[in-house]
Design a protein around this ligand. Structure first.
Ligand SMILES: [Zn+2]
Length: 473
């Protein structure tokens, strides 16, 4: 297979063969195909289509058309093409409830609405109605974020500027749903084939933005005034200076871990080492009280990770310095984590990869829950400019605590359950971010307790950080 540099520009798209093969692999993984089965397929790249032979003899084919999409025109008209598509065969009711149809962005003007995503043209051939391999690659790689100048006050791509938010499908893991359609295709062509079971996993991650050291009177008084917890203020003011245990924020981290351990939940804690700044508290994670908690978490089998500071965004040198320092503290890894303030852009994947980090969990929005990259299945992102897969796993962030504080407790739990069910229907990972600082106020504690009780049942499987993926490499 010849190596051809991908030409994704602001003008038009031409996917390379390598990228189409990557998309096919991501689609197959989400359909319950094993790495071994995938490697037995023959893929032929013609000018107008990709033909996948999944069985021979007799040969059974799936054809994916190639479409050239005019990004420049679509973007200038604020009209990125999106189509709804239907199932090939009606699925069982429980799936139909969560996935009534398929949503395909990055389509061409010629693509029709409400056509079946896959169409059987006999017992041996199935045609895909869209250039799904392109659409899937663009969605997973967050291509749209590289094609627009929309940014918020923190330099982030705003959720409101996304196609998914505008077209109201942010809360659908659209790429994972294509996997369900593809599973149906394979079952149609190969009635004896059985997909691998994909089950829901839950990952609770904690960004440790503050630990209560150094002493900050405003934060301490805030426990009583803003967070309605005068006991925490009294503890930090009167007891901590005399060596009576860690400050409130640090003990919150341990309390959260204890709750999650009790419920058998998979959790991680991401630590900062950035100096003080307007958006960084500037705590020292090497401080003995912090080290004690980090060791306690490690002894209990909990993963510690990195939380690079505000200024590391698009600053690879600073990022490397912070990661090097945190590696000294946390050990050689494999280490992963999340960018502070979710300050992220597609090139951040490359910066993290260059630092030797194994996984990132930043791809989500701070103001809306859902599926920023159309998926809740961990994946290695495609780097268009390098025409290769990143050597790093993305574990998308589905929901962040502050999104749940805007409505009633009932509304918050409703949103959480909706997203959890969407993750369950595709066998993905429901990743929740809960800050240790959101465990002081009684209402935050109450909501969090209700949440962990909900997600703990019925015994979600623990996340395998990359091992199951390795069988595909
Ligand atoms: Zn943070």
């Amino acid at each position: 297979m010849s190596t051809q540099v991908s030409e994704i520009s602001s003008q038009r798209s031409e996917l390379t063969r390598e990228c189409r093969l990557y998309s096919l692999k991501e689609l197959a993984r989400r359909a319950g195909v094993t790495g071994e089965f995938f490697r037995s397929w023959t893929v032929t790249f013609e000018e107008c289509q990709t033909i996948v032979c999944v069985h021979r003899p007799p040969p059974k084919y799936i054809c994916f058309p190639h479409t050239c999409i005019d990004f420049q025109r679509q973007l200038s008209q604020c009209n990125i093409g999106v189509r709804r598509a239907s199932w090939m065969h009606a699925p069982v009711d429980s799936i139909k409830r969560e996935v009534p149809n398929f949503i395909v962005p990055w389509v061409s003007d010629d693509d029709r609405e409400n056509t079946p995503l896959f169409l059987s043209v006999g017992p041996s051939v199935v045609h895909c109605a869209f250039d799904l391999l392109s659409s899937l690659a663009f969605t997973l790689s967050r291509l749209e974020e590289t094609l627009t100048i929309h940014r918020d006050l923190h330099g982030r791509f705003p959720s409101a500027a996304s196609i998914a938010s505008r077209e109201q499908f942010l809360q659908r893991p659209i790429v994972d749903e294509y996997g369900l359609a593809f599973e149906q295709v394979l079952t149609h062509l190969l009635p004896a084939w059985r997909p691998e079971k994909r089950t829901l996993r839950v990952l609770i991650s904690h960004d440790i933005d503050h630990i209560g050291i150094p002493f900050n009177l405003r934060e301490i008084l805030g426990h009583a005034i803003r967070r309605h917890c005068p006991g925490a203020t009294a503890h930090d003011l009167l007891a901590v200076p005399f060596g009576a245990g860690p400050p409130t924020y640090l003990s919150c981290a341990q309390q959260l871990a204890e709750m999650e351990l009790e419920r058998g939940l998979d959790c991680e804690f991401y630590w900062k080492v950035s100096p003080p700044g307007q958006f960084d508290s500037g705590y020292d994670p090497f401080q003995p009280a912090a080290r004690k908690v980090i060791s306690w978490l490690r002894e209990h089998g909990i993963t510690n990770g990195v939380h690079p500071g505000y200024e590391t965004f698009l600053n690879p040198e600073l990022l490397r310095r912070e990661v090097d320092q945190l590696t000294q503290l946390l050990g050689p890894g494999p280490l992963g984590g999340r960018q502070h303030y979710l300050r992220w852009a597609p090139e951040t994947w490359l910066h993290w990869e260059d630092c030797g980090l194994a996984y990132d969990s930043t791809i989500g929005y701070a103001d809306q829950g859902g599926f920023r990259a159309g998926t809740c299945v961990p994946y290695r992102p495609w780097l268009f400019f390098a025409n290769r897969e990143a050597n790093l796993l993305e574990i998308p962030l589905v929901l962040m605590d502050q999104i749940l504080f805007t409505g009633s407790e009932q509304d918050s739990l409703g949103l959480l359950l909706q997203l959890l069910n969407r993750c369950r229907s595709v066998g993905g990972v429901f990743t929740l971010l809960w800050h240790n600082t959101r465990f002081v106020a009684p209402r935050h504690k109450r909501l969090y307790t209700a949440i962990v009780d909900k997600v703990a049942a019925p015994e979600p499987k623990r996340l395998d950080r990359g091992k199951s993926y390795d069988s595909w490499c």
